[in-house]
Ligand binder design. Sequence first.
Ligand code: SF4
Length: 169
Amino acid sequence: KTQRILVSACLLGHAVRYDGRSKPVSHQLLDRWMAEGRIVMLCPEMAAGLPVPRPPAEIEPGGLAADVLEGRARVMDSTGADVTGDFVAGADIALDLARRTGCRFALLTDGSPSCGSGTVYTGRFDGTRQDGEGVVASRLRGAGIAVFPESRIEELAEMLAGYEVAPEH
Ligand code: SF4
């Protein structure tokens, strides 16, 4: 069965990031998946009602995305506002959409406090990243969805191919 893939809207060229810009990835795999109708696009932060532009936000220092989802850590924006609720809402919307559309795979923008799946910023607003994931990636992975950053699009393609030739059980 042809698998669908949840993809961050900013990767597809939509200007939905905090700074009013996009983060377009140009790759023939994305073009092909688009033509095949596999792509389910979402900006979780916009879907949760956050505006464009918006202040940058980071998971507070020492907090993990899983902690945010369980109410043990917060997401703060650069003005000092607590935006945890919006980010958790975005993660819930993403999981709901993935389930409704049958996505078992996601390709999300790395570094984002929502979409990051390999790295996130430290929470100190000093421009440095550390290993970690955002709240959307954590929510999706917790539900068994395979999440990849844009730098690993080829690995995603390989996993997808393997999945589609495997016999149905
Ligand atoms: Fe892009 Fe995700 Fe941030 Fe939206 S929430 S701008 S899709 S990285």
